[in-house]
Design a binder for this molecule. Structure first.
Ligand code: FAD
Ligand code: DHB
Length: 389
């Protein structure tokens, strides 16, 4: 079998890249380790930057996102009960769109199925070879048989624990990492959100976030110890703890109900450099992780894909190598700014178990500065809505 681009991973990065390349007439093979149902059951991100929305539209899969996504003009914050609203519209003229990653993934999957495009789900033992040459290849097992494909390029879109980054010789790659001493316990429930906007709350008992997926579905998070087992958290315990971390007015107004999903995610910052190894390119979580505070993970995957699609389309359609040559540096410049912002927002809003009294005062001063400074609010807003491509 032969294809032009073998894409490993059918998360948002892999599916969006596949769609953009196929729209440009480039042959693509997508290999995904999990089943479609498994991929769709993973609850993850919920906030899209305008640039991500535009890319989904350009890919021709934006109709449902446009119809059902909720535009948000700002966010609410609380620091030990003290309120602050960040007005994205006033500060940047931009807004974000609340639309679940699973919905976007479903739209991309359905568009691929409707176009009769080739995806292999439940592909086992995916392996890549010869990506230091112009003739790389991929192999996988499916239904008990071994399969192989030759290609021109491999796109590693297989997430943090994928096979592609792990195939790069250690001496060819640099990694940068920070692991945080806590995770997020997330709950999804079919009740109306307590407010129209997201609420990010710092509290001595730990960070809390009230997010949503629609006017009838909420997604809420609690900072939790790393060894937290979601099974130890009844719905009642979760909602009680969330209420304790919010101000009384919000706690009282908040509607709760049975959870439809509950899971723990660790927080990590991670960057691999470079993003190109011969004919292999890394994109999305395969190359970098941000802590979720600030909702950058999915948006960074989208901007990587924009640059990589431009590079690959330039190669196949115009015989231009410039886009592929610059892909790594161009994507990394944006990645590091999002890493900085996610790290900063995590530091501002979480309760760090080892912080000294001095650290806690500085954290409070950071919030007070933000509250009193239009410049600081603009800085938060322009990062949250997405820095220019
Ligand atoms: P992924 O979505 O991870 O997709 C990678 C795909 O590759 C998966 O489908 C996987 O099954 C597949 N794969 C892996 N290994 C192989 C292999 N060997 N062979 C073939 N296929 C393989 N971001 C936010 O902004 N807000 C959030 O609240 C948020 N919550 C998150 C919670 C969790 C638990 C995680 C892990 C991430 C979260 N993120 C969040 C980050 C965001 O969801 C990711 O940045 C986004 O999913 C990146 O998309 P991706 O396509 O690069 O990677
Ligand atoms: C969501 C997650 C985030 O990390 C965030 O900053 C905002 C929203 C969410 O899952 O809805």
């Amino acid at each position: 079998m032969r294809t032009q681009v073998a894409i490993i991973g059918a998360g948002p990065a892999g599916l969006l890249l596949a769609r953009l390349l196929e729209n440009a007439g480039i042959g693509v093979l997508v290999l995904e380790r999990r089943s479609p149902d498994y991929v769709l059951a993973r609850i993850r991100a919920g906030v899209l930057e305008q640039g991500s929305v535009d890319l989904v539209d350009e890919a021709g899969v934006g109709a449902r996102m446009r119809a059902e996504g909720l535009p948000h003009d700002g966010i609410e914050m609380r620091f030990d009960g003290d309120p602050l609203r960040i007005d994205f519209q006033a500060r940047t003229g931009k807004r974000v769109l609340v639309y679940g990653q699973t919905e976007l993934t479903r739209d991309l999957m359905e568009a691929r199925a409707a176009a009769g495009a080739a995806s292999v789900y439940a592909a086992e033992d995916v392996a890549i070879a010869d990506f230091d040459t112009p003739h790389p290849s991929v192999t996988w097992r499916h239904g008990g048989a071994l399969h192989a494909a030759d290609c021109d390029f491999i796109a590693g879109c297989d997430g943090f624990h994928g096979a592609t980054r792990a195939s790069v010789p250690v001496e060819a790659i640099n990694t940068f990492e920070r692991v945080y001493p806590f995770g997020w316990l997330g709950v999804m429930a079919d009740v109306p959100p307590v407010r129209d906007e997201l609420i990010y709350a710092h509290h001595a008992r730990g960070f809390a976030l009230c997010s949503m997926r629609s006017r009838r579905r909420v997604r809420c998070y609690l900072q939790c110890p790393l060894d937290t087992d979601a099974a130890d958290w009844s719905d009642e315990r979760f909602w009680d703890e969330l209420r304790r971390r919010l101000d009384p007015e919000i706690a009282e107004a908040m509607q709760t109900g049975p959870s439809i999903e509950k899971s723990v995610a660790p927080l990590r910052s991670f960057v691999a450099e470079p993003l190109r190894f011969g004919t292999l390119f890394l994109a999305g979580d395969a190359a970098h992780i941000v802590p979720p505070t600030g909702a950058k993970g999915l948006n960074l995957a989208a901007s990587d894909v924009r640059y990589l699609a431009e590079g690959l389309i330039g190669h196949f359609r115009e015989r231009s190598q410039a886009g592929l040559e610059h892909y790594s540096a161009r994507a990394l410049a944006r990645i590091w700014k999002a890493e900085r912002f996610s790290w900063w927002m995590t530091k501002l809003l979480h309760t760090f178990p080892d912080d000294s009294a001095f650290d806690r005062r500085v954290q409070r001063a950071e919030f007070d500065y933000l509250r009193g400074s239009a410049a600081a609010q603009t800085a938060l807003a322009e990062n949250y809505v997405g820095l220019p491509a």
